[in-house]
Design a protein around this ligand. Structure first.
Ligand code: NAD
Ligand code: UDP
Length: 330
């Protein structure tokens, strides 16, 4: 049985990845410190015999006694409000955490894939974003803690590849959504659905003309799976190029939930919030033979059903992420 270590296992993407590899009959070691993750996700995975969980902060030295064939490094806050709340941990997990995992991969002679992000392109001046674009990032802005930790992660990963000959992969993930996101993590889709379910106004930041391109989680997981077993070692975009403005997206959520008298309120646009985002996925198509299959209409329905089935306590938790307590407006 091949062994794989997956960091960020209690999070949204990590838990889906664990499940995929468990179903493919890998022995999966999940690692997480629950800083933005949920025990519910780990409890779902515990029903598999071939799953082991280690509660650990990957920014500290990692001790694994088992041999490892593969490592997927997905531990990191990913919601803009999460990384504003915990900026130092965000910088550490992308830098020190990545260093620990690359060192572990080297000592185990394992293939390692790291989760990068479309945020390495910052507020892009090139549209759609191709892997060859170097980006437009403000290193000292509020999002810099995430963007720069991911840019450093990419640089360090390429250095281990070039200098140590390690078999490394880098996936640049564009906005992905689906079941197991935290309802209150502040990202736009759970924010809008949570507001709908609680009968609150939908909050649009700025005038809503900024765009995003949303990928359903199953499509992303398939792309990552193909990348891990490819021999491609440079960064590759995985996302859905179907671009939509946040205002149109709010209207899609209103028609999905059927609350046609729900109001939209406009708040200030957070500083350095990218105005446009859409992946160029030609490389993924050519190298991996991958493209997304799930249309937004279907993906949103599956995600909405998941959130509708959450308990009333989960829905009414008062820990909503909000930008209000951070001085991050222009
Ligand atoms: P998430 O917040 O749901 O999951 C992240 C997980 O990492 C959480 O369970 C958290 O507790 C864990 N974690 C954070 N710091 C840790 C540490 N120091 N040690 C151990 N565990 C730690 O976020 P997600 O959406 O699942 O994102 C997963 C990865 O994918 C991240 O690296 C993120 O940057 C990347 N990514 C996600 C998206 C997206 O749209 N979901 C887009 C781009 C990149
Ligand atoms: N957004 C919004 N209302 C919300 C949450 C987010 O209008 O309640 C906007 C946000 O300003 C950004 C877009 O939706 O322009 C996507 O935000 P998200 O936090 O999901 O991810 P990002 O792509 O910015 O990392």
């Amino acid at each position: 049985m091949k062994k794989i270590l997956i960091t960020g296992a209690a999070g949204f993407l990590g838990s889906h990845l664990c499940e995929r590899f468990l179903k493919e009959k890998f022995y999966v070691i999940g690692m997480d410190n629950f800083i933005t993750g949920s025990l519910i996700n780990i409890n779902l995975l515990k029903k598999y015999e071939n799953f082991k969980f280690i509660d650990h902060d990957v920014s500290k030295y990692i001790q694994i006694d088992d041999p490892l064939d593969y490592i997927l490094h997905f531990a990191s806050p990913a919601s803009p409000i999460d990384y504003l709340k915990i900026p130092i941990q965000t910088l550490k997990v992308g830098s020190l955490g990545t260093h620990n995992l690359l060192g572990l991969a080297k000592s185990k002679n394992a293939v390692i894939l790291v989760a990068s992000t479309s945020e390495v392109y910052g507020d892009p001046l090139v549209h759609p974003q191709k892997e060859t674009y170097f980006g437009n990032v403000n290193p000292i802005g509020p999002r810099g803690v995430y963007d720069e930790s991911k840019r450093f992660q990419e640089a360090l990963t390429m250095a281990y590849h070039r200098f140590h000959g390690l078999d490394t992969k880098i996936v640049r993930i564009f906005n992905t959504y689906g079941p197991r996101m935290r309802l209150n993590d502040g990202r736009v889709l759970p924010a809008f659905i949570g507001q709908s379910l609680r009968g609150e106004d939908l909050t649009i930041f700025g005038n809503g003309s900024q765009t995003r391109s949303f990928c359903y989680v199953d499509d992303l997981i398939e792309g990552i799976y193909k990348l891990l077993f490819s021999d491609y070692n440079y960064p590759i975009n995985i996302g859905n190029p179907n671009e939509i403005s946040i205002k149109d997206f709010a209207h899609e959520i209103i028609s999905l939930t059927g609350n046609s008298n729900q109001k939209i309120v406009f708040k200030e646009l957070p500083e350095n919030d990218p105005l446009k985002r859409k992946p160029d996925i030609e490389l993924a198509k050519n190298i991996l033979g991958w493209k997304p299959k799930i249309q937004r209409k279907e993906g949103l329905r599956l995600t909405y059903d998941y959130f509708c089935n959450l308990s009333v306590q989960e829905l009414n938790k008062k820990d909503h992420n909000s930008f209000d307590s951070y001085n991050i407006y222009k």
